[in-house]
Design a protein around this ligand. Structure first.
Ligand code: NAD
Ligand code: TYD
Length: 374
């Protein structure tokens, strides 16, 4: 097994990318990492604070759709590995503005695949053991009923502009393996949670609102199910796929942690009450739970069958949800300024537009209060 790599990490300043760069920095001293990130609203240089530029690390601000820039990185940096995280990643934003998802997720992936093909298969100089790892989602498989799990052979059935754009990028990546022999591996993972997640996603959004005694928006009936994967487990799985996986293969990565949204939200409330007390109102934070109109086309249930990666590569998730969520809440409590810096910026306009129903009477939600429904 080779232990030196030059890895192009796209989207390394986002949530999972930053956790991955940090893991590699700590545990793979022989690897050189180049982060390529456009620094969209979701990219944050603070996520990589403490990782200094030098021999083993370089940051490049740029767009994965910029073919010249991407090609020049392959030419000048001797890249032999790509871990492709960069994407527009939030389903709600894909419903209100799908264009950016088509551009970054489809055109951007195409640009990277094409640059890898030209560099690894078109050049005179052979690259030893190249690998293009495309990071994707379980959402490409669609929505499950009460039973069953997604396997690597489940038919694709994406149902949001986000998942449709990710499905398209998976198909392109797979086509580059079958058509050109590009050494592509694809991972499809379930919902991640952990440090550095942008507070538009359920867990950090609920944390921030609950911390500040604001209404906690739960879509629909709150009974949609997600299979929560601790981000460190996910990053370890990616390293395992790089080290031991096979080209042309897909690997599903899940946390074995299926939870209804209402359970997740309630648990965050209880953890904060236990750690900080209920606040001046004396009301437990669960009383802030507010059912709001459902997301359009809201997928009901996702669940991953991770047997393949477990049996073939020996990877298993280590974190139970209870442990992972507590570690996550502790991280957010210890890094309140990180959250503050985000929510005090352009996030305000996003939140106001997205959660209009809550805009007035933020701390005393009037619509569909949970207790009023019961
Ligand atoms: P994120 O939104 O937190 O970060 C995305 C990063 O990509 C940001 O740093 C952003 O600046 C960068 N980026 C966006 N457009 C770019 C462009 N055109 N060029 C260069 N950089 C660009 O996303 P995340 O949650 O870390 O997700 C990473 C990957 O994992 C995505 O491909 C996503 O589809 C996939 N995924 C995420 C989850 C999850 O629960 N977060 C679950 C399954 C799959
Ligand atoms: P999210 O974190 O956006 O991830 P995804 O849509 O990729 O699964 O949402 C997780 C679940 O939480 C999903 O069922 C939608 C729901 N949700 C809410 O109920 N309220 C919210 O404010 C958000 C952001 C999500």
């Amino acid at each position: 097994m080779k232990n030196k790599r030059t890895v192009l990490v796209t989207g390394g300043c986002g949530f999972i990318g930053a956790n991955f760069v940090r893991l590699v920095h700590a545990e793979k001293p022989g690897w050189r990492v180049i982060t390529l990130d456009k620094l969209t609203y979701a990219g944050n240089l603070k996520n990589l604070e403490g990782i200094a530029e030098g021999e083993s690390y370089r940051f490049v601000r740029g767009d994965i759709c910029d073919g010249e820039l991407v090609a020049s990185l392959f030419r000048t940096e001797g890249i032999d590995t790509v871990v492709h995280f960069a994407a527009e990643s939030h389903v709600d934003r894909s419903i209100t503005g799908p264009g950016a998802f088509i551009r970054t997720n489809i055109d951007g992936t195409f640009t990277l695949l094409e640059a890898a093909r030209q560099s690894w298969l078109g050049g005179k100089k052979k690259v030893a053991e190249p690998c293009f790892l495309h990071v994707s989602t379980d959402e490409v498989y669609g929505s499950l009923g009460a039973t069953g799990k997604f396997t690597e052979t489940t038919a694709y059935d994406p149902r949001s502009p986000y998942s449709a754009s990710k499905a398209s990028s998976d198909h392109l990546a797979s086509a580059y393996f079958h058509t050109y022999g590009l050494p592509v591996r694809i991972t499809n993972c379930s919902n991640n949670y952990g440090p550095y997640q942008f507070p538009e996603k359920l867990i950090p959004l609920i944390f921030n609102n609950a911390l500040n005694h604001r209404a906690l928006p739960v879509y629909g009936d709150g009974r949609n199910i997600r299979d929560w994967l601790f981000v460190r487990d996910h990053c370890e799985a990616i390293v395992r796929v790089l080290d031991k996986g096979k080209d042309g293969q897909c690997y599903n990565i899940g946390g074995n942690n299926e939870k209804e949204n209402i359970e997740v939200v309630s648990l965050i409330c209880d953890l904060l009450d236990a750690k900080l007390g209920c606040g001046t109102s004396g009301q437990p934070r669960r009383s802030l739970i507010t059912f709001v109109p459902d997301r359009l086309g809201h997928d009901r249930r996702y669940a991953i069958d991770a047997t393949k990666i477990s049996e073939q590569l020996g990877w298993q998730p280590k974190a139970t949800f209870e442990r992972g969520i507590e570690e996550t809440i502790d991280w957010y409590l210890a890094n309140r300024q990180w959250v503050e810096d985000i929510v005090n910026g352009s996030y305000r306009e996003y939140y106001a537009a997205m959660y209009k129903q809550l805009a007035s009477g933020e701390s005393r939600p009037k619509i569909n209060r949970r207790e009023e429904q019961q």
